[in-house]
Design a protein around this ligand. Structure first.
Ligand SMILES: NC(=O)c1ccc[n+]([C@@H]2O[C@H](COP(=O)([O-])OP(=O)(O)OC[C@H]3O[C@@H](n4cnc5c(N)ncnc54)[C@H](OP(=O)(O)O)[C@@H]3O)[C@@H](O)[C@H]2O)c1
Length: 256
C-alpha cells in the first residue's frame, strides 16, 4: 500500500465537530475498480474537488502508476490494493483507511465485470452468473459492510453504486443475463441499504453512467469525462440533501 508521495501529506483529522458535514476539500473518498475506465475518471474528478481519493485497484502496481500520474497534476490520490471479491483484502483496506484517515466520507462501488454479451438466460453456465454476482453485487455489498463503520459515527456519508440501465426492470431483453441480473440485484440492494440508513446522514444511490467508451463499453459510447459526471454528482450531494434510495443517469431519476 502506498504511503503517499513526499509533500502530499495525509488529510489532517477533521477539525469540525461530529455530525457536521465536512467541506469537499476535507473529505476522504474510495473508488473501487479505478485503475482504468470510468473509475479512473471518477477519481480524477473527485480529486479535482479537493478530496483525498483512494484509487482501488486489483493490481497495485498498475494502480500506483496511475495514481502517480494524477499526483503529478497536484491531485491527492493514493493507490490501494482492492479486489472486491476478496473479503480478507477488503478488511485490510478498511483497517488502512481507519488507521490513516480515521473515517471515510465517500464510497464509489464502481468495480464491475462480466458483461456477458452473447449469453442467453436459458443456457448460460451458472459459474458465469456466480462470477457476475460476486463482483457486481457482493463486491459492493462487502465494501459497504466493511466501510460503513467508518461513516456511521460521523453522521455523514455518500455511497454510490455504479449500476446500469441494463438492470432496470423497465428495460426488456435477453442479452447479458448475468450482468443484467447482477445490476438489478445491486439496484435492490441500493434501495434496502438506503432505507436502513434513512436519517443517518448517509445517502445511498445507484447511478447508471450511460453507454461509455471503455474496455467494457467498447467503441461508440460517450467519453468517460461526460459519463463520470453523474457519479460525481451523487458523490458530492450537498450536506442537507435528502436524495437517497434513487436511481439516476446524468443527475436525473430513471426507472428502476
Ligand atoms: N462502459 C459502459 O458503457 C457502462 C455502462 C453502464 C454501466 N457501466 C458500469 O460502470 C462501471 C465501470 O465500468 P467501465 O466501463 O469503466 O469498465 P472497465 O473499463 O472494464 O473497468 C472495470 C474496472 O473494474 C475493475 N474490476 C473488475 N473486477 C474487479 C474486482 N473483482 N475487484 C476490483 N476491481 C475489479 C477492473 O479492474 P482490472 O483492470 O483489474 O480488470 C477495472 O478497473 C462498472 O460497474 C460497469 O458495470 C459501464
Amino acid at each position: 500500500m502506498n504511503s503517499g508521495p513526499e509533500g502530499l501529506r495525509r488529510q489532517p483529522r477533521r477539525t469540525s465537530s461530529l455530525f457536521t458535514a465536512p467541506p469537499l476539500a476535507q473529505q476522504i473518498a474510495l473508488v473501487s475498480g479505478a485503475n482504468r475506465g470510468l473509475g479512473l475518471e471518477v477519481v480524477r474528478q473527485l480529486a479535482g474537488t479537493g478530496m483525498a481519493v483512494l484509487l482501488g485497484s486489483r493490481n497495485l502496481t498498475l494502480g500506483e502508476r496511475t495514481a502517480q500520474q494524477l499526483r503529478r497534476d497536484g491531485a491527492d490520490v493514493t493507490a490501494i490494493q482492492l479486489d472486491v471479491t476478496d473479503q480478507a483484502g477488503i478488511e485490510v483496506a478498511a483497517r488502512y483507511i481507519e488507521n490513516t484517515y480515521g473515517r471515510l466520507d465517500v464510497l464509489i462501488n464502481n468495480a464491475g465485470a462480466y458483461y456477458d454479451m452473447g449469453e442467453l438466460p436459458s443456457s448460460i453456465d451458472l459459474d458465469i452468473v456466480r462470477g457476475a454476482l460476486e463482483t457486481n453485487l457482493f463486491g459492493a455489498w462487502r465494501l459497504c459492510e466493511a466501510l460503513l463503520p467508518l461513516m456511521r459515527p460521523f453522521g455523514f456519508g455518500r455511497i454510490v453504486n455504479v449500476s446500469s440501465g441494463c438492470g432496470s426492470s423497465a428495460v426488456e431483453g435477453e442479452c447479458c443475463p448475468a450482468y443484467r441480473v447482477s445490476k438489478a440485484a445491486l439496484n435492490t440492494y441500493t434501495r434496502t441499504l438506503a432505507a436502513e440508513l434513512g436519517g443517518s446522514g448517509i445517502l445511498v444511490n445507484a447511478v447508471c453512467p450511460g453507454w461509455t467508451h471503455t474496455d467494457m463499453g467498447g467503441t461508440g459510447g460517450r467519453p468517460v469525462k461526460e459519463s463520470a459526471q453523474g457519479v460525481v454528482w451523487a458523490a458530492c450531494l450537498p450536506p442537507k440533501s435528502s436524495t437517497t434510495g434513487g436511481f439516476f443517469r446524468d443527475c436525473q431519476p430513471i426507472d428502476w
